[in-house]
Structure formats: C-alpha cells, structure tokens
Design a protein around this ligand. Structure first.
Ligand SMILES: [Zn+2]
Length: 72
C-alpha cells in the first residue's frame, strides 16, 4: 500500500512540474492588443490611430497622403 501511495505522489509531482513548465513557456496573458486602429483615407491601409495624420475628420497614414487627400 505504501508503494502505491508513493507512486501516486510521484505522479502528482510530475504533473505539477509539467504544469509549471507549461505555464512558464506561455507568453503572459496581459497586454491587451486592442489598440485603436485607423484607416488611411487615401490608400486604405490600417495603422494605429496614435500614428495617424488627421485632416478634416479623416485619418491618413503619412504626411504625403494627408497632402494628397482622400481618394474617392
Ligand atoms: Zn496612406
């Protein structure tokens, strides 16, 4: 009976070790990637809103496209 308990204990330790190593291998679940995105009114490319060039209520990906204006 003692042998059986030891066997269960070893299995439990292996299980916990595997779980711990799996958790370490995964990337952290934090850091929400739902950054606000904008679409260039000229070329239609999507980019972070923080990098946008706005003019007349429209967003552009770069100064050139802002100068060229929106495409119909
Ligand atoms: Zn653009």
């Amino acid at each position: 009976m003692a042998k059986f308990l030891l066997f269960v204990l070893v299995l439990a330790v292996i299980y916990l070790l595997v779980r711990a190593s799996n958790r370490r291998g995964k990337p952290p679940p934090a850091a929400p990637t739902t950054e606000a995105m904008a679409q260039c009114a000229h070329c239609g490319v999507h980019f972070p809103l923080t990098e946008s060039f706005s003019e007349a209520g429209r967003d552009y990906c770069c100064q050139d496209h802002r100068r060229l204006g929106a495409k119909p």
